[in-house]
Design a protein around this ligand. Structure first.
Ligand SMILES: Cc1cc2nc3c(=O)[nH]c(=O)nc-3n(C[C@H](O)[C@H](O)[C@H](O)COP(=O)(O)O)c2cc1C
Length: 206
């Protein structure tokens, strides 16, 4: 039995393409892996807090410098981290906002990327601590940013996600993207169907 953490980051409900693709994938996955435990965290509708000064105290200051506020702030991060570290696989549904990820997803990343928990600083530099796990990113965007095209440089979404999750040790990463969502009905339909087909295959074999 594996534990799958599914995170949806779009603030949209039924109109959201990333949410639909991600939750459909979770249903398909459950069909093929009925014993797996799937946990859904909807940060699009229920955002996690941003890092605050008490949070920084909670994460970095010695025990005698802690306050009720810092303990409460870091308790949220500890809970998110426990949930994150308990998972064997991750499925993230992430729209592109302003060529990057939505701030809700960045706030989540800020809560779970923590020294001594998800990465370590050792004699050889940084070391990711989230090892032997897999992540699937289901991304959406209004435009399209093909590799090798002049538009590629605008895409900070995929490179950033690869970098930050690679930094904490998650290197077995797959991307399935539905791009061109705002480039006319035909282009959007074609792109979405292509993503749906890739995800169907991955639900059976990932
Ligand atoms: C605030 C905002 C910013 C966006 N920025 C971009 C962008 O920089 N590039 C792009 O291709 N699409 C952009 N889009 C379009 C979304 O990525 C697209 O509509 C996508 O389908 C949203 O994901 P969702 O359907 O899961 O909500 C933006 C949409 C919103 C609402």
């Amino acid at each position: 039995m594996s534990q799958i953490l599914v995170i949806t980051a779009s603030p949209r409900g039924e109109r959201s393409v990333s949410r639909a693709l991600t939750t459909n994938f979770a249903y398909e996955w459950a069909k093929f892996h009925p014993k797996d435990k799937i946990l859904l965290r909807d940060i699009g509708h229920h955002p996690v807090p941003h890092v605050t000064e008490p949070w920084v105290v909670g994460a970095f200051a010695p025990p005698d410098a802690q306050t009720d506020e810092s303990r409460a702030a870091i308790a949220v991060s500890d809970q998110l981290l426990a949930e994150f570290l308990a998972a064997d696989r991750f499925v993230f549904g992430v729209p592109m906002y302003n060529f990057n990820i939505p701030s809700t997803f960045k706030a989540y990343i800020d809560q779970i990327v923590r020294a001594g928990k998800t990465f370590a600083v050792g004699p050889n530099g940084y070391e990711g601590l989230v090892k032997d796990k897999k992540a699937l990113f289901i991304t959406t965007s209004g435009g399209s940013y093909p590799h090798g095209s002049p538009m590629e440089v605008y895409n900070f979404q995929e490179p950033y996600l690869r970098t930050i999750f690679g930094f904490i040790g998650l290197t077995d990463i797959k991307f399935v993207g539905a791009d061109s969502m705002n480039q006319g009905d035909d282009a959007a339909k074609l792109s979405r169907e292509k993503a749906e087909n890739s995800l169907k295959e991955l639900a059976a074999n990932w």
